[in-house]
Design a protein around this ligand. Structure first.
Ligand SMILES: Cc1cc2nc3c(=O)[nH]c(=O)nc-3n(C[C@H](O)[C@H](O)[C@H](O)COP(=O)(O)OP(=O)(O)OC[C@H]3O[C@@H](n4cnc5c(N)ncnc54)[C@H](O)[C@@H]3O)c2cc1C
Length: 504
């Protein structure tokens, strides 16, 4: 039985801890905050309850596997998973609307044909076929195996772009999502649909590799899911699973240093000076803070993937709306209100300023557990924005003005919200930074192949023996599902050693 210290109690950390504990190790988690879950947090007031982090789960298989491997009760016995159908309703800048059914390729094609006409559904369907090829080529090496040492091979884009024949000039092939939109989808609303997936994951469609096509593929194939009571219920279930496996949690315990002896991590030091010895240490937070914890020792070398993807991911602005009056029966769980200019929006979010008309995701879970009674409704609006730093989100007047723009954009498309607002609460990247300790409150997107490896994350093993990385800032990147996968990889590496090549 080895002693393992895990730094942080986010989803990646807890997924790692539960798996290590079930493998027979003694696992101690040190979390600087007063509670578990990290970004998967909740805001409660006057009987309303809101998710302040992710509002939906994709790839639930990752958590099904985690619960199956760490205890007797399945995921579905611990939380109530509900498919979100339609998966999303899109309202484009020209006013066209389309509802996309959940996990139905044929349904999506039919809906797009009906709403946009002119073979739009078929073009999207052909694009999804190419996205499936990219998924099939990268699923295992990118998501299910530790990052290979020759990670540069993942820098080649697996998306089979269509060669665009041009009469007098050179042929061209899409290398970015924006080029797929312009050249392959060749319909402004289909392009906007693709851009909105990129932005929702914190990717700039103008530079995201064509391989990012796997993200809409993943959602449309495996579906979008909501956890009854809010996504924090998933964090609660995982925390309880960890407790059942005798993982020890210490809250209000910030780790300030990783201790090393003879070239190996042998424990951690906490603020206040307490020391916890360990045979292995798992760091499950933003690696930009790791440098000062290891006091100049080599965790990465120049041959490794950069500690943070390029460009640095943006954050999220979330406006929580408490509404009087019940949710209309025909309300949709997720509505995406498109910006008239996604390029300008990306330029703002990735250039450190504001977009005047952002793309707004409106979440209306219709879950009685999130509001005081059926005469009220809890609604969440989310926008991808520049991180804390280039924009000073601690300026309440500025955050308030931007929240006004976000609410106005939502109201233009979902008018039944107007007149019903009782109060609102704003969450900015400054709040995310406070909750997760991620610099600037950045939210890491999933790892992607292509782009020469710019969108990969550091390996789960480091150059300091005994120090591993988990969570959204390590391979295979951010998001609930991907952070969960990091837990399986780190546990495999610790239990089976460096020869671990992923579970079969
Ligand atoms: C506003 C927002 C919206 C999001 N939307 C989505 C979405 O739609 N879909 C999706 O899949 N994902 C989304 N995410 C991302 C997703 O929530 C995370 O990627 C996922 O929860 C994985 O988190 P993590 O394991 O990296 O840990 P984090 O949630 O980043 O938590 C890290 C934890 O480590 C602790 N910690 C840090 N440093 C120390 C230290 N030195 N000592 C002790 N403890 C420390 C922090 O306090 C924190 O609890 C969103 C995140 C945010 C913030």
């Amino acid at each position: 039985m080895a002693r393992i210290v895990v730094i942080g109690a986010g989803m990646g950390a807890m997924a790692t801890a539960a798996r290590l504990a079930v493998a027979g190790h003694r696992v101690a988690v040190y979390e600087r905050a007063a509670t578990y879950g990290g970004a998967v947090d909740r805001f409660e007031r006057d009987g309303f309850s809101f998710d302040t982090g992710p509002g939906l789960l994709h790839l639930p298989a990752v958590y099904r596997d985690l619960f199956a491997k760490t205890g007797k009760q399945s995921l579905e016995q611990c939380v109530e998973l509900m498919p979100v159908d339609p998966a999303s309703r899109h309202i484009f800048a020209d006013g066209t609307a389309v509802s996309l059914p959940n996990a139905s390729r044929a349904g999506v094609v039919a809906a797009l044909d009906a709403a946009l006409g002119d073979g739009a559904g078929e073009r999207w369907g052909d694009f999804m076929n190419r996205a499936r090829d990219a998924w099939d080529r990268t699923r295992r090496p990118l998501l299910e195996e530790p990052l290979r040492q020759d990670w540069q091979v993942l820098g080649r884009d697996p998306y089979p772009s269509v060669r665009q024949r041009r009469m007098l000039r050179r042929d061209r092939q899409a290398t970015t999502l924006a080029e797929i939109g312009e050249w392959e989808l060749a319909e402004p609303r289909l392009a906007a649909l693709l851009d909105s997936y990129a932005l929702s994951y914190g990717l700039d469609p103008r530079s995201a590799p064509a391989a990012a096509a796997v993200l809409p593929y993943m959602e449309q194939t495996f579906g979008s899911w909501y956890v009854r009571g809010g996504m924090r219920e998933l964090a609660r279930a995982l925390y309880e699973r960890c407790l059942a496996r005798k993982v020890e949690f210490t809250f209000g315990a910030e780790v300030t240093g990783v201790l090393e002896k003879d070239g190996r991590a042998v424990g951690v030091e906490l603020a206040g000076g307490t020391v916890a010895d360990a045979d292995s240490v798992v760091f499950a937070a933003d690696p930009r803070s790791l440098a000062r914890m290891v006091a100049g020792r080599e965790v990465w070398s120049g041959e490794d993937v950069r500690p943070v993807p390029d460009p640095t991911p943006p954050g999220r602005l979330t406006v929580l709306l408490a509404l009087r009056g019940g949710r209309p029966a025909d309300a949709v769980h997720r509505t995406v209100v498109h910006s008239p200019d996604a390029g300008a929006e990306a330029a703002a979010a990735f250039g450190g300023s504001h977009a005047e008309r952002p793309t707004v995701t409106v979440l209306r879970p219709g879950d009685p557990l999130t509001c005081p009674d059926d005469g009220h409704e809890a609604v969440t609006l989310t926008v991808t924005v520049a991180p804390q730093g280039p924009v000073d989100w601690t300026d309440e007047a500025l955050a308030g003005r931007y929240a006004d723009d976000v609410v106005e954009a939502a109201l233009r498309a979902v008018p039944d919200l107007r007149e019903r607002i009782l109060w609102r609460e704003i969450r900015t990247p400054a709040d995310t930074a406070a909750v997760t300790a991620a610099a600037g409150g950045c939210v890491p997107p999933p790892a992607l192949a292509g782009a020469g490896g710019r969108c990969l994350y550091p390996s789960n093993s480091t150059r300091l023996a005994g120090l591993h990385l988990a969570g959204g800032w390590a391979h295979p990147g951010g998001g609930l599902a991907h952070a969960g996968m990091s837990g399986a990889l780190v546990a495999g590496l610790i239990v089976e050693g460096d020869g671990f090549r992923g579970s079969q």
